[in-house]
Design a protein around this ligand. Structure first.
Ligand SMILES: [Fe+2]
Length: 259
């Protein structure tokens, strides 16, 4: 069995620093063969910085995934071109820098890691994630043993739709972006492990990783303002998928919280 852990959106450079110092211990503790981290906000809001991305990879992550902010940090574009272990969503136009999927080794098995962006209540103009993923699975057929998807999206309906669309064709579909973990870990009818949202990694006590004051200012005044990272004890939400390498299907889906 392959043990694949996915950790929710890293919300600040401080969260990236904290998480990177914990990852090897977490891998050992939970016997993890492949560790995926959504680094969408690891440089604080607008994508990860190259430093935060490097720190997470050196700290024990195998692949970093992203989302709607991944390409907003222009200083990361060169790193995205150079490092296939840092992904941006696959359904960006081909001219965008970086890759939407990669194949990595886990315990001798080839794992295809995909990253895609939803289109419901998202303000990024992208192609259909459904057809982009279908095309990638077709293109890479025979070049991987197990496939997993980070679907970065706002709407749970769209997340469930992509889960069912891929059911039986990928081992795991996990949602990211909302920073709030969902309680719907399950195995879909044809064997795909699923959760609508992993949650986040960052300081507890604020509003989805940001200080309550800086977020409330926007709601109470309708004026633009700079968000600040929340302060407090760090934590990370994660889900572990136990996958049968022979069939490429999930046998267990377990939610954990790393304090
Ligand atoms: Fe996002």
């Amino acid at each position: 069995m392959l043990r694949i852990m996915a950790i929710g959106d890293v919300t600040s450079p401080a969260a990236a620093l904290w998480l990177s110092s914990r990852l090897w211990e977490v891998r050992r503790q939970h016997s993890i063969d492949l560790l995926l981290v959504n680094a969408e906000n690891a440089g604080f809001i607008m994508g990860p910085s190259a430093d935060s991305a490097k720190r997470l990879l050196e700290g024990g992550a195998d692949v970093l995934t992203g989302g709607n902010h991944m390409l907003q940090n222009f200083s990361l574009h060169k790193t995205l071109e150079e490092n296939p272990r840092i992904l941006r969503p696959i359904n960006y136009p081909a001219a965008a820098p970086g890759l939407g999927y990669t194949v990595v080794d886990a315990k001798g098995y080839r794992v295809l890691v995909l990253n895609a962006l939803g289109r419901v209540h998202m303000d990024t103009l992208t192609d259909s994630p459904f057809t982009a993923i279908d095309a990638a699975l077709q293109r890479e057929k025979g070049r991987y043993d197990v496939a997993v998807l980070d679907f970065h999206a706002e709407a749970t309906g769209e997340k469930l739709a992509i889960g069912h669309h891929l059911d039986g064709r990928v081992a795991a579909v996990f949602g990211t972006h909302t920073h709030v973990p969902t309680a719907d870990t399950k195995i879909l009818p044809k064997g795909t492990g699923y959760v609508s949202d992993l949650g986040m990694c960052g300081a507890d006590g604020g509003i989805i990783g940001m200080s309550a004051e800086s977020v409330l200012h926007r709601y109470l005044t309708s004026l633009p303002g700079k968000f600040q990272a929340a302060e407090g004890p760090m934590y990370a939400d994660a889900v572990i998928f136990t996958v049968d390498e022979a069939s490429g299907s999930a046998k267990a889906v377990e939610r954990i919280r790393i304090d």
